[in-house]
Design a protein around this ligand. Structure first.
Ligand code: IMP
Length: 442
């Protein structure tokens, strides 16, 4: 089966956890967008792994691919590969020669651009993502393959510096010797990463032709998509399912099953419109219960109630076949739970998602209250049986399915891989795990 996992909200839905859970059913995991801005947390046997660049399927898939649509900090990647190897991970790692390179200069540019935006600042992760994609589209970008030539690196760094000199003139990179040090450092990283570099669109196609099962792994979420999110409070790449075609060079028509990951409530880091955001005690409780602090930046996340109109939009934009709902354990512990079921203007329901603060001004949100289900006991979770779960929680899932007309195939009740339940009737049931429990060291 060819499948894709995508975030249906503002990122941080739990895609990493889901991908890791599914990774014993897929031989190949492929990332196709974003870079170190993503923070995917995976917990296995009580041990926490944090991935920013390598796919979250890395612990168990045979092959993992970092596609051309990604932007990669070579230092950070070497570190992640070292960590994986130290954890006895045996996955074969393939990095696209065409992926773009994030340098320390891009990280400085990210901060400088945010300063200039001032009131309009996005609250980026400061990982150099925006400036690296800017260079890609300005056709001055550095690609992974360029790391193999100090001469090309020197030319490209010089061009980027001259184009962005007004921003860089008061920084360490105004010094030619600092730029030369960076060139040599990047070149050294390139040498270390060379054995992993390939034209990965060819590799992925070959793996497909050999009949391997492939899982495409989205980063960020629909509302952070540069075209269809809350622009300008978005990331600099496309985060929708369709982005895998261009970010991995694989035809979207061949994808059999798109699963949208939905956190049972909403959360967001960074600025921008957030229709169902809550404040005060409820927000504080939800943030603390869910430990809602950014994986990449540690910033407290903004939180809110589940937003059905926004999810309806995300499901359509990604053509999601099914949903995985995460953090149901967290939400159940709130003493009050609400769900936004429609957006209205002048008392009339609207069928689009307002994308600007101005449009948001006169937006009326219709909420319904839902009964909390309390703390779910470990023993109940371990039964892996939907039937025994608390009735109000099952009602919450039914409410989501009824409003969105898409089945909830997976339920996540805790950070660990074992706290995940695939429902009867899910298409994932046709894709039995390849690995036996005894084979699973990771
Ligand atoms: P950038 O991608 O670092 O440029 O940040 C742009 C916006 O996207 C900011 O609001 C970030 O907080 C947000 N963002 C980027 N990546 C992620 C992610 O993986 N999860 C959640 N938010 C993200």
């Amino acid at each position: 089966m060819i499948s894709a996992v995508l975030g249906m909200q503002f990122g941080d839905e739990g895609k990493g956890k889901l991908t890791d859970f599914l990774s014993d059913r897929f031989q190949v995991a492929v990332r196709f967008n974003g870079g170190g801005n993503a923070g995917h947390t995976v917990v296995v046997n009580g041990k926490t792994f944090k991935f920013h660049l390598v796919p979250s399927g890395s612990l168990r898939c045979e092959t993992v691919v970092l596609g051309n649509g990604m932007v990669i900090d070579p230092h950070a990647l070497i570190q992640e590969i070292d960590n994986l190897r130290a954890s006895k991970c045996k996955a074969s790692i393939k990095i696209s020669k065409m992926a773009h390179v994030v340098t320390p200069m891009h990280k400085v540019l990210d901060r400088k651009e945010e300063e200039i935006r001032s009131k309009l600042s996005i609250g980026t992760t400061a990982q150099g993502i925006g400036p690296t994609y800017e260079d890609k589209y300005a056709r001055t970008g550095i690609r992974m393959i360029d790391l193999l030539s100090a001469e090309i690196l020197r030319e490209k760094i010089d061009t980027i510096f001259r184009m962005k000199e007004s921003l860089l003139k008061d920084t360490e990179f105004s010094s030619p010797s600092a730029r030369e040090t960076m060139v040599l450092d990047l070149f050294r990283s390139g040498k270390l990463l060379e054995p992993y570099m390939e034209y990965t669109e060819v590799t992925v196609r070959q793996l497909y032709d050999e009949g391997k099962s492939i899982l495409f792994e989205g980063a960020q979420g629909t509302m952070l998509d540069i075209d269809f999110g809350m622009y300008p409070f978005v990331t600099s790449s496309n985060a929708l399912a369709g982005a895998l075609s261009l970010g991995a060079g694989f035809p979207f028509r061949k994808v059999d099953y798109v699963i949208g990951v939905v956190k049972a409530y909403m959360s967001k880091v960074g600025a921008g419109p957030f229709p169902t955001e809550i404040q005060g005690d409820d927000a504080h409780n939800l943030r603390e219960l869910g430990r809602e602090y950014g994986t990449t930046t540690g910033r407290p996340r903004r939180v809110g109630w589940l937003d059905i109109p926004l999810l309806r939009y995300a499901i359509k934009m990604n053509d999601a076949d099914a949903l995985a709902i995460t953090r149901l354990d967290t939400l159940g512990e709130m003493d009050k739970i609400r769900v936004c079921v429609s957006y209205k203007k002048d008392g009339q329901e609207i069928d689009y998602i307002p994308r600007t603060f101005r449009e948001m001004d006169d937006l009326e949100l219709e909420y319904i209250d839902v009964k909390p289900w309390g703390k779910i006991s470990e023993s109940l979770i371990k039964e892996h049986n939907f039937a025994v779960l608390p009735e109000p929680m099952k009602d919450y899932i039914k409410l989501i399915e009824n409003h969105l007309k898409v089945p909830v195939d997976v339920i996540s009740l805790g950070q660990g891989r074992e706290n995940t339940l695939v429902r009867d009737g899910s298409r994932l049931r046709d894709q039995e795990p390849f690995l036996q429990d005894s084979d699973q060291s990771l």
